[in-house]
Design a protein around this ligand. Structure first.
Ligand code: KIV
Ligand code: ZN
Length: 391
C-alpha cells in the first residue's frame, strides 16, 4: 500500500445499522455490500456475528459475494465471539476479525469493574486467539478518545505484539476536538514500539458534529484508515460520513492523501442506503443532500449561471449528481428566471423578461418554490404572451 493511500473502512452495515428502528435484513445488506464493493471501499464491516443469527447470516452471505474488499466481523474480547466471527467469515476472500475492549478509566472501572493491567491481558488474549483464525486482525480500544495517551500506547503496543495489523482508535463518545484527536494519533505514531507494522485507524462519532474533522485530522497526523458510514448514519448523532471524508481528500490534493473510491457513485449509494434504511437524508447534508448543489438566492444564481465555480467547490457530476439546480423562489433574480424559462422553451427578450419577472414575483410570494409548470402558467398570464410564443 502506498503511503499516501487512505483505506476506507465502511461500517454502514454494523455501526451504521445500530440506528434505532433501521434493522436491515440479510437480502438488503447483501445489496448494499455489493454496491460498497463496486464503490471501492477497502473494508466492509458486515456485522457483529455473535449478536444474532440474522447478523451471523448476513456476515456469511456478504463474505460469499464480496469480490474485492476485505470483509470484517466485530467481536468483543470474548472467546466465543471470536470463534463465531471466524465461522461467519469463512467464505471471505479477505477476512478480518475486529476485536477489542474499552480502555478509558470510565469503561475499565464501571463497565468491566477491572483494572488497567487485566484489560491489557484480555486484549492480548483476544488478538492472539483471533490471529489463530485469520491473518488480518484489527484491535479497537473503545473510548480511546477519553483514554489517557500513555496507557493507550501501552495497550496498542501489546496488541501489535500479539499480532494486530490495524489499531482502531475510536472516539466512541464523539468528545474530542480535532486538535486533541490529531495529537493522540501523532502520540501513538511516535510512542508505540512496532507501530510501523500496523495501520492506525480513525473511528469518530459525531456527538459534537466533529466526526469528519476529527477523522481528517487523524489522517493528517499519520492514520491511514478511516471508519465511516454512508450518509454518516449511526447511533446517536452518527459516525463519520464516508462521502465527506472522501471528497475532502479529493478536493484538497495538496494533502497528498487519496482513496480508492469511485466518487461518481456517491449520490446513488447515498440514496440506496437512505431508501433501504428508511432514513431521510437532511436536505442540507454535505455532498449528498438534496440542496447540496441547489442555488436559490439571486446573487448566487447569477454567479453560478455565469460560471459554476463562483459558488461551487465540487462539480456535481463528480459525486453522481447530474447538474447544479437553480431553484426559483421569491429571492431569485432575472438571470435565474431567464435561465429556467429557456430550459422550458422560452427565449425572453429584456422587455419580455421585465414583464414576466413582475408576474413571477407575485406568484413566488405566494408559493415557496416555482416549478416548470408554474413558469408556463406565469408566462401565459403575461400581456406579451403571444409575442413570446411566436418568437
Ligand atoms: O465506537 C466504537 O467504539 C465502536 C467500536 C466497537 C469499534 O464502534
Ligand atoms: Zn462506533
Amino acid at each position: 500500500m502506498s503511503d499516501n493511500k487512505v483505506q476506507i473502512f465502511d461500517t454502514t452495515l454494523r455501526d451504521g445499522e445500530q440506528v434505532p428502528g433501521c434493522k436491515l435484513n440479510t437480502e438488503q445488506k447483501v445489496i448494499i455490500a455489493e454496491q460498497l464493493d463496486i464503490l471501492g471501499v477497502d473494508v466492509i464491516e458486515a456485522g457483529f456475528p455473535v449478536s444474532s443469527p440474522g447478523d451471523f447470516r448476513s456476515v456469511e452471505e456478504i463474505s460469499k459475494i464480496v469480490k474485492n474488499a476485505t470483509v470484517c466481523g466485530l467481536t468483543r474480547s470474548v472467546e466465543n465471539d471470536i470463534k463465531v466471527a471466524a465461522e461467519a467469515l469463512k467464505y471471505a476472500k479477505k477476512p478480518r476479525i475486529h476485536t477489542g475492549i474499552g480502555t478509558s478509566d470510565s469503561h475499565i472501572t464501571h463497565k468491566f469493574k477491572s483494572n488497567r493491567e487485566a484489560i491489557i491481558e484480555r486484549a492480548v488474549k483476544a488478538v492472539s486467539l483471533a490471529k489463530t483464525y485469520v491473518e488480518d486482525v484489527e484491535f479497537y480500544a473503545e473510548d480511546a478518545g477519553r483514554t489517557d495517551n500513555d496507557y493507550l500506547a501501552r495497550i496498542c503496543e501489546a496488541a501489535i505484539k500479539a499480532g494486530a495489523t490495524v489499531l482502531n482508535i475510536p472516539d466512541t463518545t464523539g468528545y474530542c476536538l480535532p486538535s486533541e484527536y490529531g495529537a493522540k494519533i501523532k502520540y501513538l505514531k511516535e510512542n508505540v514500539k512496532g507501530i510501523e507494522k500496523a495501520i492506525l485507524s480513525c473511528h469518530c462519532h459525531n456527538d459534537l458534529g466533529l466526526a469528519t474533522a476529527n477523522s481528517i485530522e487523524g489522517v493528517i497526523n499519520g492514520a491511514r484508515q478511516i471508519e465511516c458510514t454512508i450518509n454518516g448514519i449511526g447511533e446517536r448523532a452518527g459516525n463519520t460520513a464516508l462521502e465527506e471524508v472522501v471528497m475532502i481528500l479529493k478536493q484538497h490534493p495538496y494533502l497528498n492523501l487519496d482513496t480508492n473510491i469511485n466518487t461518481q457513485m456517491l449520490y446513488g449509494i447515498s440514496q440506496l442506503v437512505s431508501d433501504r434504511m428508511g432514513i431521510y437524508t437532511q436536505p442540507n447534508k454535505a455532498i449528498v443532500g438534496a440542496n447540496a448543489f441547489a442555488h436559490s438566492s439571486g446573487i448566487h444564481q447569477d454567479g453560478v449561471i455565469k460560471n459554476r465555480e463562483t459558488y461551487e467547490i465540487i462539480d456535481p457530476k463528480d459525486v453522481g449528481v447530474t447538474a447544479s439546480a437553480i431553484v426559483l423562489t421569491a429571492r431569485s433574480g432575472r438571470a435565474a428566471l431567464a435561465y429556467r424559462a429557456k430550459n422550458v422553451g422560452y427565449e425572453l427578450t429584456k422587455l419580455q423578461l421585465d414583464e414576466v419577472y413582475k408576474n413571477f414575483l407575485d406568484f413566488a410570494d405566494k408559493k415557496k418554490e416555482v416549478d416548470d409548470n408554474d413558469i408556463h402558467q406565469i408566462i401565459e398570464s403575461c400581456k406579451l404572451y403571444k409575442e413570446i410564443i411566436s418568437a
